[in-house]
Design a protein around this ligand. Structure first.
Ligand SMILES: [Zn+2]
Ligand SMILES: [Zn+2]
Length: 329
């Protein structure tokens, strides 16, 4: 089968043996595999990377001892893996499993994957839309659920890459009023089309005052940062009124200043993060995939494996939302 390799801004295909099912590990023929913002590291790596790609959907084509899946089942390929035994794996939060087995790339024509991390994909949801349940929607879905976003609320969303745009899509599905912060013109225009109520430029020195003004006469007590940018993360915290909740879904492996007295004791804030959604929430995720008119619009570009270089080059410009790769084209 064909599998992707990335190194130093180059992307190419190589031939590798087809995977073989084993125990609860099934083989899925991949129909749709989106590029994630976190795959940028692989694109820029000085060493060849063969393990990038962790989102997707496809059809089960071979099983060995699975009790959950059979050949012909359509599935969403959720990111990463889990031991299947610990409290996280058994309660749908396998993403936090401390004992993950080796994980195989989804940038390939087939993947060997554990049955329990695959979500069955109903017939009436396409492979491409089903693949949006992974990083495009998963982290924001979980955040919005945990902060109990309602139609009456304002929500601040900073950073409108694919994850932030997914957050905006869900916020509008829930009927909330969305104040968004972004600087790339393509993304600002897309946010407008998605129904963002107020769009503020990330570089505006008055961004904090503009956000506070935009929330009036309502309160602003819910925010999601999808940028991973330290100043945007701090902006979310500063923009919150007392009792507010901020969820971080943009990766930042560095640190930001947080004060126990000023941010927590005297303001009562809740800060949280979210990496993916609980797999037991799949019915609600299906409702979102089926009923939101914005979810299919998250997909701005589709490329076959024959055009992988072009696909990544375009993705890296920032002038896309979700870019999907089709391994059989
Ligand atoms: Zn991802
Ligand atoms: Zn586990």
């Amino acid at each position: 089968m064909k599998s992707l390799v990335l190194q130093n801004k180059k992307v190419w295909l190589e031939d590798v043996p087809d995977p073989i099912p084993e125990g609860e590990w099934v083989v899925v023929k991949i129909e749709s595999t989106p590029i994630c913002g976190s795959d940028k590291q692989a694109y820029n790596s000085q060493e060849p990377v063969r393990g990038a790609g962790h989102e997707g959907s496809g059809i089960v084509v071979a099983t060995a001892g699975s009790s959950l899946l059979k050949e012909g089942d359509r599935v969403i390929l959720n990111p990463l893996s889990g031991c299947g035994k610990c409290i996280y794996c058994r309660t749908g939060n396998y993403i936090y499993c401390p004992d993950k087995p080796d994980f195989y790339t989804h940038f390939a024509q087939y993947v060997k994957v554990q049955d329990f991390v695959c979500t069955p994909l109903p017939e009436d949801i396409s492979y491409d839309v089903g693949a949006m349940a992974c990083c495009a929607l998963g982290p924001a879905f979980s955040s919005i659920k945990r902060m109990n976003l309602r139609a009456f609320d304002n929500i601040l969303i900073t950073g409108l890459g694919p994850v932030g745009m997914g957050a905006l899509a869900i916020a509008k599905f829930m009927g909330a009023r969305a104040i968004v912060v972004e600087s790339i013109p393509f993304r600002k225009k897309m946010a407008e089309e998605f129904g963002a109520d107020v769009i503020i430029d990330a570089a505006d020195p008055d961004a904090l005052a503009l956000i506070r003004e935009a929330a009036k006469p309502g309160r602003l007590i819910k925010a999601i940062d999808a940028s991973g940018n330290p100043s945007a993360e701090r902006l979310c915290i500063d923009a919150m009124e007392p009792g507010g909740i901020v969820s971080f879904v943009g990766e930042n492996f560095g640190q930001i200043p947080i004060g126990p007295s000023n941010d927590f004791i005297r303001k009562g804030l809740t800060l949280m993060g979210s990496w993916h959604y609980n797999l037991s929430d799949h019915d609600e995720m299906y409702s979102l995939l089926r009923r939101s008119p914005l979810v299919p619009k998250l997909i701005t570009d589709i490329y076959g494996f024959s055009q992988v270089q072009e696909a990544f080059d375009k993705f890296m410009t920032g002038n896309t939302c979700k870019v999907i790769l089709k391994p059989w084209q």
